[in-house]
Design a protein around this ligand. Structure first.
Ligand SMILES: Nc1nc2c(ncn2[C@@H]2O[C@H](COP(=O)(O)OP(=O)(O)OP(=O)(O)O)[C@@H](O)[C@H]2O)c(=O)[nH]1
Ligand SMILES: [Mg+2]
Length: 305
């Protein structure tokens, strides 16, 4: 039987991060009916990441795709999606910056919530970044503001995304730079996108591969995508995400009463009127403004927002 999801993990020298990542993904999906194929796309890492991946217990459902050398992050992700067996496709960084705990919410939003793309988002209500200095916050803000006019998402530069397979079928993606998800969000064939909030934490182990050349690549990519939008006028819209119903969490508790808005959203009347052309993005009121209900009892950015 095909897995629900193929989660591509591009790796270059991520040996120390790989095992905790795979364990966290497995733990997040364990209580759900969803099964993931974890597809490690390794560019012949000198630290032996691929060997570590191949030695993992088969119960984790890990597959390894080895490439001949460091050919780039975006092309690694595309190569992984081409080999994927899952009904849904996704990508997550290997460095533990992206929280696998929101995977059930993202999958549920795609399968039951009417979304075609589910983005892991730092800038959706309830999301955040941990311990970033002001300069990093500022550069990230500038990068996001440059992309927002053409993208339905708030977290334009997020590297954490799940989608239905059909979104990129027959679509030519340009593997320029690090922001392959931005290509998908603009060139993909889909109607609706939702953002599931999470808190981004900086990598603890291994080294970043993000060089200053990537800034130039991003600007080049943006120029191409602005032209694409002007030429083809893609019409995509944002809808609220739909949290996975966890045990002990009833729709009533989330303030939904008889009908829970989040369960209905993405369909029928409760859908967002959406955004047309270049205008401002409008979101419908979400019952989950404070982040996922199962995280609301925790201290931190989910409280008192
Ligand atoms: N296969 C492959 N993976 C890559 C390549 N470059 C980066 N990656 C992986 O892509 C993911 C993101 O890279 P990071 O170095 O974390 O870059 P970043 O998240 O933009 O930057 P930081 O915030 O500094 O971590 C990680 O899992 C890397 O191992 C590459 O050339 N090939
Ligand atoms: Mg990273």
């Amino acid at each position: 039987m095909n897995p629900t999801l193929t989660l591509v993990v591009p790796t270059y020298n991520e040996r120390e991060n790989l095992i905790p990542l795979v364990q966290k993904i497995t733990a997040a999906l364990e209580p759900t009916p969803y099964r993931a194929e974890i597809l490690i796309v390794d560019d012949n890492s000198p630290d032996g990441t691929a060997q570590v991946a191949e030695s993992l217990d088969p119960r984790y459902g890990v597959r390894v795709l080895r490439r001949s050398g460091k050919l780039g992050l975006s092309s690694a992700v595309i190569a992984g999606w081409k080999e994927a067996k899952g009904r849904l496709l996704g990508v997550i960084d290997a460095d533990l910056s992206h929280d696998p705990a929101i995977l059930p919410d993202m999958i549920y939003s795609l399968l039951e919530g009417g979304a075609d793309i589910a983005l892991g988002s730092r800038y959706a209500p309830g999301g955040g970044v941990a311990n970033w200095p002001w300069f990093r916050r500022f550069t990230s803000w500038v990068a996001i503001m440059l992309g927002r006019p053409i993208c339905p998402a708030r977290d334009v530069t997020s590297g954490y995304l799940l989608m239905k397979r059909e979104v990129i079928e027959g679509v030519e993606l340009n593997p320029i730079g690090f922001k392959i998800n931005l290509e998908v969000m603009i060139k993909g064939r889909y109607a609706t996108l939702c953002e599931a909030p999470f808190t981004f934490v900086d990598r603890q182990l291994g080294r970043s591969k993000f060089g200053s050349g990537e800034i130039l690549n991003y600007l080049r990519q943006l120029a191409q995508l602005y032209w694409y939008c002007w030429r083809y006028k893609p019409n995509h819209r944002a809808i609220p995400y739909t949290p996975y119903p966890r045990p002990g969490q009833t729709p009533e508790r989330d303030g939904g009463g008889e009908t829970n808005l989040a369960w209905d959203c993405g369909r029928g009347e409760s859908r967002s009127p959406g955004r047309r052309g270049w205008g401002r993005r409008r979101y419908p009121p979400s019952p989950f403004q404070n982040g996922p209900p199962y995280l609301q009892s925790r201290p931190g950015p989910y409280r008192d927002r």
